[in-house]
Design a protein. Structure first.
Length: 155
């Protein structure tokens, strides 16, 4: 298990990559399903502005920037947990354990997001995107975790 300061540094990278890749998936799926590449990210701001935030399609600081900031902070949170608790698996020089650990961490994040979290603190983009799109978003998130962990191991 990694020491917490090291997990923070490594988790910042893995979590940031997970955030960026999943935000790109949110934008692409949002554009395809709602006509707005900002709609799904705007919906995340429902944490502060209520469910009406999910109806916003245009970019704004209030919804888009805040939505992405929440999304990024969440990605970094999961990245730190991922790096902290799966470091024994990721110390090996193999890709398969990294992918499996990232998939597991992503499944746990999805379960927590939709089964253990009150509606107000759920991601929000489920109000704008289909289930197949959510699968793509979470897949991109897992790919970001795996890419960060793999890059850190290769350094």
């Amino acid at each position: 298990m990694k020491a917490f300061p090291l997990a923070l540094r490594h988790g910042a990278l893995s979590g940031s990559l997970a955030s960026i890749l999943s935000a790109a998936a949110l934008a692409a799926c949002g554009k395809r399903e709602t006509g707005s590449m900002f709609a799904a990210v705007n919906a995340i701001s429902h944490w502060l502005w209520g469910d009406r935030a999910a109806l916003r399609d245009e970019p704004s600081f209030r919804h888009t920037a805040l939505g992405y900031a929440i999304h990024h902070a969440s990605g970094m949170f999961w990245g730190v947990l991922f790096e902290r608790y799966v470091s024994r698996i990721l110390d090996r020089k193999k890709v398969a354990p990294t992918l499996a650990a990232a998939a597991g961490a992503t499944a746990v994040a999805c379960f927590v997001d939709y089964q253990l979290t009150p509606h107000r603190l759920q991601p929000g983009y489920e109000m704008r995107l289909s289930r197949p799109a959510l699968l793509l978003v979470y897949g991109a998130f897992g790919a970001g975790l795996a890419a960060g962990a793999w890059w850190l191991r290769r350094r």
